[in-house]
Design a protein around this ligand. Structure first.
Ligand SMILES: Nc1ncnc2c1ncn2[C@@H]1O[C@H](COP(=O)(O)OP(=O)(O)OP(=O)(O)O)[C@@H](O)[C@H]1O
Length: 256
């Protein structure tokens, strides 16, 4: 049997800070199977970004383990793409050059097909016509969408997304959610998606993990049994309302 795409085993993370050790995560254990879409909800500061950084190979866990496809993560991997909260684009490079930057970094060259694919992805995230602009000429929400196109360009097996839609207006946010689902359905990948939006988590994910306050751990692991493909009609469905209501109560109870 093939190993899960992601596997956390009693994983913990303690940061050394100027005022002493800070325990961000404690005994985090869960698996994500290949091509599953998992959303993570939890209060601010509970360690959600820390979780992603450990999978991305940017931060070794201080206890327990994090495995990707059955191997401990020791460094950043080409098959793991990440969309950060802030996109950190190269300020001197055009939008298109920013999107092809990871392939240039990986292979040392950019083919004509790579550029065609970059333009296709930019069109999918609503940025057709902006290919030759500089990041400073785009709004924050548009820059965030460039970050999404850049992460998708290498077509990673695992896509880590840290509040990727937080800088978008409500309508664009919903459209981007549906576009992400279309991309995920046509090019299946394992997604770990951090959000503060309960309805976004329910609409997109197969499973929602709810984290406790710091030190963060997985407090609830809820399967979202809503048929796919999901679309605008899903947002008004009873199932969607029931799951969202359940999660809202759970989060409110945990905060109290
Ligand atoms: N590099 C660091 N050094 C020290 N402490 C850190 C570092 N990064 C994060 N922390 C602390 O670890 C805890 C978890 O941070 P993290 O950013 O993972 O939380 P989060 O759940 O993603 O928060 P938010 O929802 O606000 O983005 C916080 O208390 C934060 O202050």
């Amino acid at each position: 049997m093939s190993p899960p795409a992601l596997s956390f085993k009693a994983m913990g993370q303690v940061y050394q800070t100027s005022s002493g050790p800070l325990e961000a995560l404690r005994a985090v254990s869960f698996d994500v199977s290949r091509h599953q879409f998992v959303a993570v909800l939890g209060p601010s500061g509970c360690g959600k970004s820390t979780l992603l950084r450990s999978i991305a190979g940017l931060l070794p866990p201080t206890s327990g383990s994090v495995d990707v496809f059955g191997h401990p993560v020791t460094e950043p991997r080409d098959d793991v793409g990440i969309v950060f909260q802030k996109p950190t684009l190269l300020p001197w490079a055009s939008i298109e050059d920013n999107v092809v930057f990871p392939i240039r970094h990986k292979t040392g060259r950019v083919s004509a097909e790579d550029r065609v694919r970059a333009r296709e992805l930019l069109a999918k995230v609503g940025l057709a016509g902006f290919e030759k602009r500089l990041p400073s000429e785009l709004s924050g929400g548009m820059q965030q969408r460039v970050g999404i196109a850049r992460a998708l360009h290498l077509n990673p097996d695992i896509l880590l997304m840290d509040e990727p839609f937080s800088a978008l207006d409500a309508l664009t946010r919903e459209e981007m959610g549906f576009e992400l689902l279309r991309i995920w359905e046509s090019q299946p990948k394992t997604v770990l998606f951090i959000t503060h939006s309960i309805s976004e988590a329910v609409l997109l994910a197969d499973r929602v993990l709810v984290m406790s306050g710091r030190p963060g751990t997985v407090a609830e692991d809820l399967a979202i049994d809503i048929p796919r493909p999901r679309g605008v009609e899903t947002t008004g469905s009873k199932a969607m309302q029931d799951y969202s209501g359940y999660l809202r109560n759970l989060l409110l109870k945990r905060e109290a």
